[in-house]
Design a protein around this ligand. Structure first.
Ligand code: NOJ
Length: 551
């Protein structure tokens, strides 16, 4: 069998930085680009190959930078274009590429296009946005709701029409029907590519091709035409890594984006495994008991569907999601064990892994007790809606602490010193009080840290073709506590077993997994042999490499 050719982003691990919360170099309480540069050696030690930088562009920060007012300028609180160029160069010197966050479903209401567009109905840039006349009663043209709560339409009194915003009212949606707008976006992308970036993470790419008059907001009929056009007009002939965010992606849809003959993207972020853990009616604001069988079935479905074509992205967390160890593990007594278990369970799957800042330390959700501690626009808007509906505040805070976006946004915990070493000033959002025990300095001094496990996994991906290309095989699919799978090439097999529970569990090992090999990684005593039965300690996880044909 000939091994498929390998793209650089198939052996690399991506690390996401939320710049506001990563490292503050100037004491203003907000993380910045020079702060990131000062931590590149830490990231090089972890072994990552790419940084996905959440937006650093000029922005009024209504949604912390996902509301861009100038695509070709850096927000002053994050630094300057010169700082950015230095980041690219310094990262490259350490073998690390930079992915920019391409937010082109919408801009800020302070973007010059929108400022012009709202001057009059005949403004030069009016058609760059989506405008509709009021309904007969003067209200919004449709009852479409925004993701952040409330109507997705806001009236512009000066021109008498409503504009569409699928997120906050300060994030007007762009009109992708307009070819001039599309050309301007591609030109901007090329400007950044020429500066030496490694590619783009594409914010809500599934929403760009909306057809609001037909009630279509996601996955509109022209979506893939636009993505193909973008590919042709910008990164298509480069080695860029491109990953599109799509909360509506199905495995079949992911093949359209990432299939080898499609000329679209490298991969998509899908969220089925995330939403599988949400409440049917109340969504993420109402926590629901963890269901491993459901989680495994979603992950397996994606693994099998993209086995021969397309490519998966692998992640537990990001800046919109709760901390992985709090969501899928145990952030109390078994924090370290379960954080390592999660890393092992995910990194051997087929796809490109993404590590969210602090995940490699086993950072946890934050225990806020008052609404005044929250900063996230979505959480604050939703709170208002829940309060107006008469729902108890304590319940909302419990939901926000379980699933809200601020969990991921508390400052990176570098040291046990003041403000976790994140800033010498007052951080824009409180530091999680557990920083005294959970911080990078402590992790680096401990050869058994969560960080050490991530480092090992990231290195293994570069060494083992079977980890990159091996065929996925699921085992024990109905087991409620244990995840087990193999990755297989003709000459090698990796067997992965992970106990997702706080109990000691005895499992019958399926015949295909039995045998003796080399312990690759684990969070307990090294395991080299799988017999008929195996007793797993709480949250125990490991991977064994079996050379096929070897004794
Ligand atoms: C998805 C981003 O990940 C999120 O943080 C943001 O609020 C929305 N898109 C809107 O840009």
């Amino acid at each position: 069998m000939t091994e498929p050719s390998t793209r650089w982003w198939q052996t690399a691990t991506v690390y996401q930085i939320y710049p506001r919360s990563f490292a503050d170099s100037n004491g203003d309480g907000i993380g910045d680009i020079p702060g990131i540069i000062s931590k590149l050696d830490y990231l090089a030690r972890l072994g990552i190959g790419v940084i996905w930088l959440s937006p650093v562009f000029a922005s009024p920060m209504d949604d912390n930078g996902y509301d861009i007012s100038d695509y070709q300028a850096i927000a002053p609180e994050f630094g300057t274009l010169a700082d950015f160029d230095r980041l690219i160069a310094e990262a490259r010197a350490r073998g690390i590429g930079i992915l920019l966050d391409l937010v082109v479903n919408h801009t800020s209401d302070e973007h010059r296009w929108f400022v012009d567009a709202r001057v009059s109905r005949t403004s030069r840039y009016r058609d760059y946005y989506v405008w509709r006349d009021p309904a007969a009663d003067g209200g919004p043209p449709t009852d479409l709701q925004s993701t952040f709560g409330g109507p997705a339409w806001t009236l512009d009194p000066a021109t008498g029409q409503y504009y569409l915003h699928q997120f906050s009212r300060r994030q007007p949606d762009l009109n992708w029907e307009n070819p001039e707008l599309r050309a301007a976006i591609y030109q901007m992308m090329n400007w950044w590519l020429a500066r030496g970036i490694a590619g783009f993470r594409m914010d809500v790419i599934n929403l760009i091709a909306k057809d609001v008059d037909r009630g279509i907001t996601a996955d509109g009929p022209k979506l893939h035409d636009y993505v193909q056009e973008m590919n042709r007009a910008s990164f298509g002939n480069s080695e860029a890594l491109t990953v599109g965010e799509s909360w509506t992606a199905t495995p079949e849809g992911a093949l359209l984006y990432s299939g080898r003959d499609r000329n679209e993207l490298s991969m998509v972020f899908q969220f089925e495994h995330v939403m599988a853990q949400w409440h049917e009616t109340w969504g993420k604001w109402q926590p629901k008991p963890f269901d491993l069988v459901r989680l495994k079935s979603v992950l397996s479905r994606w693994q099998y569907a993209l086995a021969d074509d397309g490519w998966n992205s692998l992640f537990w967390g990001n800046h919109d999601l709760p901390r992985a160890v709090s969501k899928y593990g145990d952030d109390g007594r078994y924090r370290v064990q379960s954080a390592k278990k999660l890393a092992i369970a995910l990194h051997f799957l087929k796809g490109t892994p993404y590590v969210y800042q602090g995940e490699e330390l086993g950072m946890t959700n934050v225990p806020f007790t008052a609404m005044s501690q929250f900063r996230d626009i979505e959480t604050l808007n939703m709170h208002r809606l829940h309060r107006d509906a008469g729902l108890p505040e304590a319940d909302f805070i419990a939901g926000a602490n379980a699933n809200g976006r601020d969990n991921a946004r508390t400052p990176m915990q570098w040291t046990a010193g003041p403000e976790a070493g994140f800033t010498t000033g007052t951080p824009w959002i409180e530091v999680n009080p557990n920083y005294v025990a959970i911080n990078a300095e402590a992790a680096l001094a401990d050869e058994n840290s969560v960080f050490a496990t991530y480092r090992k996994l990231i290195a293994l991906r570069r060494q083992l073709p079977v980890m990159v290309h091996g065929r996925y095989e699921a085992h024990l699919e109905d087991h409620q506590q244990v995840m087990a799978y193999s990755r297989v090439l003709p000459d090698a097999r990796i067997n992965v077993v992970a106990n997702f529970s706080a109990n000691t569990v005895t499992v019958t090992i399926p015949p295909a997994m039995r045998g003796t090999g080399t312990a690759l990684v684990g969070n307990g005593a090294p395991v080299t042999t799988l017999g008929e039965e195996l007793q797993l300690a709480p949250y125990q996880a490991f991977a064994v490499l079996v050379e096929v044909g070897a004794d």
